[in-house]
Write a protein that binds this ligand. Sequence first.
Ligand code: NAG
Ligand code: NAG
Ligand code: NAG
Ligand code: NAG
Length: 469
Amino acid sequence: MRSSNSRVSLLATLLLAASHLGSSLNIPPVYQNTNLLRTIDASKAYIKETIAVIIENTSYEPQTEYYLPILLSGSSAVSYVECKDKKEGTPCTAEAVEDSTEYPLQYYKITLPKTLQPAAQITLAITAGITGALTPIPAVIGQSDKQFLSYTDAKFVPSPYFTEKQKTKFRAANGEIPDYTIFEQTDKSGYIVSYGPYDNVEPWGTDAQVDKFTIRFEFTNPVVYMEKLERDIEVSHWGNNLAIEERYWMVNNGAKLKEQFSRLTWATTSYYNPPTAAIKSLLFPLRVGSKDAYYTDEVGNVSTSKFRSDSREAILDIKPRFPVFGGWNYSFVVGWNNDLPAYLRHGEGDSYILKVPLLQGPSQSTSYGKVEVRIILPEGATNVKYTSPIPIHKEERFLHKTFMDTIGRTSIKLTIDNVVDEVKNRDIIVTYNYSTLSALRKPLVVLVSVFSLYIVTAILGRIDLSIGK
Ligand SMILES: *[C@@H]1O[C@H](CO)[C@@H](O)[C@H](O)[C@H]1NC(C)=O
Ligand SMILES: *[C@@H]1O[C@H](CO)[C@@H](O)[C@H](O)[C@H]1NC(C)=O
Ligand SMILES: *[C@@H]1O[C@H](CO)[C@@H](O)[C@H](O)[C@H]1NC(C)=O
Ligand SMILES: CC(=O)N[C@H]1CO[C@H](CO)[C@@H](O)[C@@H]1O
């Protein structure tokens, strides 16, 4: 993790190691964590960590910035960090900051929702989604075996500040927890393993000794991971339609299947519908009013899907052609239509406001390696702006050409890496200008094509093509 290779920075790193685990950020010790509760929720296919902390300004200056390091063990990565004032609900920003540290810590700089005066306190609620932190142990299991996942983290919550009192609660997916590290003040009750309360914990790592705990628990659900999702949102003023198509590259990241898959065993046990670590079906809760849903894969239309849409709900229930076991992958496409007026509003002049979910996806807990959302607007749409509910990592603008298009449709492609479905169903707001003239382009093109076709036919009709009558 140490990136420096020149002597000077090595020296600097060594000097800093005496303070905060070699962090090059030089974080001033201006706070104390008065009371901190960390909750680690492992009931999903990824980790949701929540930190509720009362912080106090122990300096002589008003403060606005607070630092939070997150420990990344193994192949884990932070998907998102969000923060708010726990009492008033006002959001605060959390941004990842670069530093060179001896430990795999990712530091976040949190800008407080309001300036904290000396001796004043504020309670922060910080949530983080962490992917790749759950390891199946054993890594390989039989078709009807139970699946167990393992999680490792630091006993004390990493913090560059002194912590007066802290406690950690780990919530497993169910009560079957065969192994867990036991320290002083360790308790297991039902789904929860808790560590602490621990009093007067020094800033993390100053004593160089970083205790870790490992918890292994049963996980009866598949670990659904979409390596990639391409989501197209296509607006048609002309057709008064909003079309959504999603192309998924799915993998089950759970324990791998030991022997050959036995369809017979599967068929006989399926009758009792036992919990399984294989992906048997995926349920897509769509927005009310969704229609014309379809589901295809590499082979073609898959008939084992159900779609139900009424005035209260719209649900697409798909069943892959085979149960997707650990280590297996499956690619498929789903799509549906919606009436445009439910998503599009006409603003001032020739401006339009589109409000549509950035991410939808299945109801089973899911994480995504890469999400590419393409928003395809009509031909001639200009002045495109958007407000995203989550940070976008890459943006591309292009013209999307299809049948009967002249200049191509105004499109934007937004790429987001490492997403967890915690952030799904939040709307992206896209505004653009679209003039009446542009709106006439489509019917004009159609008219002109039909007319030219007519002329050509008429001309051809007059030419005598018959051979020597
Ligand atoms: C695809 O399958 C669905 C579900 O059985 C069926 O309703 C639909 O007609 C099929 N579509 C085509 C094009 O075969
Ligand atoms: C899916 O599995 C096949 C066969 O094991 C492999 O060749 C392919 O690369 C995998 N695709 C993905 C997206 O992992
Ligand atoms: C877009 O429409 C708004 C509202 O009519 C107008 O104020 C603005 O100038 C337009 N922008 C462009 C680039 O046409
Ligand atoms: C200027 C001031 O009031 N500083 C205070 C900041 O908070 C610490 C701890 O509460 C106090 O000891 C300081 O006096």
